[in-house]
Write a protein that binds this ligand. Structure first.
Ligand SMILES: Cc1cc2nc3c(=O)[nH]c(=O)nc-3n(C[C@H](O)[C@H](O)[C@H](O)COP(=O)(O)OP(=O)(O)OC[C@H]3O[C@@H](n4cnc5c(N)ncnc54)[C@H](O)[C@@H]3O)c2cc1C
Ligand SMILES: NC(=O)c1ccc[n+]([C@@H]2O[C@H](COP(=O)([O-])OP(=O)(O)OC[C@H]3O[C@@H](n4cnc5c(N)ncnc54)[C@H](OP(=O)(O)O)[C@@H]3O)[C@@H](O)[C@H]2O)c1
Length: 420
């Protein structure tokens, strides 16, 4: 296989990038297709694609303007010599401020504190001249005017407060980028000082949603676009917004590489039954698995659990799923639409409802796959499996946990996860 990597990515083009959600959806999930062209890149189902992105031009321009830099100023980065404008676009993560930068403010606000105090005194003089009100009142109101988004003492005190309180730091950086912080603290950094502190731009991984046998020369993804708005500006995830908004279909070069899996693979024996649980974007590898199982033939049954907010707006790949069902490739399809009724219905509730049959499948050697949200969904599904083993396998909690976590997961390697 060709030697492309995160450091030496293949420059691919996106050939399709369309929204999978129906009208009125609260989500933006896209099907994105990359052309592998003459790369000689190959992949198997279960692998992930690494994608390198760039920062939005308007964020780069606003940062340069806010920091007061010359956009043609030359800097040296890990990728060589280039203008600060180019470096901010391609080499560094500038869409979210890091803790190191907030901590570094301590060495900056000291000297700038003087400048701010002078500004406060000037404004005090103006306001006293205007209305003759007392010093303390005016000082407090001016301070909150100068630092509208962070309550508290002087700038240095504020930085120290953030640096010594992990929760306050997380809350502060969660919604801010460097533009917000430079404005908040009115600080000056040279381009070189700034680049010493910011993080290098990292690639993002995406579970591949296609079988290479079914789509030779292409690799397809199911991507949830991250968008949000804070402090009066729309913003979002670096890579997802890049693919959705910045990349021009069939035009922009996008760096990609393969991230192969050793463990998240189909059973070698094609007569083995599989259960796949993939709500939301978690469906991605299972579209690939279905395409591969159809291509390979074999007698193993396929059971897919899928869900998202609403059947009307989030039934991704509906036509394919219906045709797999019609043609008998998909033995069973179980859905969990979480917001189509008053109470939440999640995939783990459906697993429990079908617990007796799931247990039968496990006893016959079925593989169990899960993909999607790691923080909540994967943990709840894991617990549901233990409860199924208790209820239908007649095991104690400890034995059921041992069976799911040790026997199925580690020894037999037939409980496999791709969670993020
Ligand atoms: C093995 C693997 C497979 C994956 N497969 C897929 C896949 O198939 N499909 C898919 O969509 N993703 C997948 N991901 C996730 C993907 O890699 C990225 O993490 C995701 O797309 C976000 O990247 P981003 O650059 O757009 O966002 P980033 O710039 O990395 O920002 C994401 C961060 O934004 C923050 N955030 C979210 N909402 C808000 C808010 N309202 N306010 C402030 N901050 C907020 C969160 O902290 C979140 O961590 C996978 C990850 C791994 C590790
Ligand atoms: N790093 C990133 O920024 C990024 C980007 C994209 C996706 N993601 C993450 O990747 C995961 C997949 O996102 P997605 O939009 O595809 O789907 P998702 O947010 O995981 O939602 C898919 C379905 O899972 C449901 N759900 C919520 N909590 C659950 C739980 N505890 N157990 C089972 N199901 C649960 C949701 O219901 P309700 O919504 O109705 O509760 C929805 O019906 C999420 O964790 C998401 O945050 C992260």
């Amino acid at each position: 296989m060709a030697n492309w990597s995160a450091k030496n990515p293949y420059m691919s083009k996106i050939t399709e990038c369309y929204v999978l959600n129906g009208e009125g959806s609260k989500k933006e999930t896209r099907h994105i297709v990359f052309d592998l062209g003459d790369s000689e890149l190959d992949y198997k189902v279960g692998d992930a694609l690494g994608v390198l992105s760039e920062n939005p031009q308007n964020t780069v321009d606003l940062l340069i303007e806010t920091a007061g830099w010359d956009s043609a100023h030359m800097v040296t980065t890990h990728n060589g010599e280039r203008t600060i404008k180019e470096a901010l676009k391609k080499d560094f993560e500038i869409h979210r401020v890091n803790k190191k930068f907030v901590n570094s403010l301590a060495g900056k606000v000291n000297s700038n504190g003087m400048r701010i105090t002078v500004k406060v005194i000037d404004r005090y003089r103006e306001s006293v001249a205007g209305n003759g009100s007392g010093w303390l009142d005016v000082d407090a109101s001016l301070e909150s005017e100068l630092f509208p988004s962070i309550p508290g003492d002087d700038p240095l005190g504020r930085v120290e407060g953030l640096s010594s309180d992990p929760k306050a730091m997380e809350d502060y950086i969660w919604s801010r980028d460097y533009i917000d912080v430079i404005r908040d603290f009115d600080v000056n950094y040279s381009p070189e000082e700034f680049l010493e502190i910011v993080d290098k731009l990292k690639p993002r991984l995406y579970s591949i949603a296609s079988s290479h046998d079914a789509h030779p020369g292409f690799v397809e993804l199911t991507v949830g676009i991250v968008r949000y708005s804070h402090h009066g500006r729309d913003r979002g995830g670096l890579c997802t917004v890049y693919m959705a908004d910045e990349v021009e279909v069939n035009k922009t070069d996008v760096g990609v590489f393969m991230s192969p899996t050793k463990s998240f693979v189909l059973p070698a024996d094609k007569s083995t039954d599989i259960i796949m649980v993939g709500p939301g974007t978690g469906i991605a590898p299972f579209r690939a698995f279905m395409e591969q199982r159809i291509h390979d033939g074999g007698t193993g049954k396929n059971w897919l659990f899928f869900g998202d907010q609403s059947e009307k707006t989030e039934f991704y790949y509906k036509e394919s799923i219906e045709s797999w069902l019609d043609e008998g490739h998909l033995y069973e399809f179980t859905t969990a639409w979480s917001r189509d009724q008053k109470e939440k219905i999640y995939v783990q509730h459906r697993l429990k409802e079908h617990g007796a049959r799931i247990w039968e499948w496990f006893e016959r050697g079925a593989y169990f796959y899960i993909c999607g949200d790691k923080t909540y969904m994967a943990k709840d599904v894991h617990r549901a499996l233990i409860e199924i083993a208790m209820e239908h396998g007649g095991m104690s909690d400890a034995d059921a946990t041992h069976f799911i976590e040790k026997t199925m997961m580690r020894e037999e390697k037939r409980y496999l996860r791709d969670v993020y």
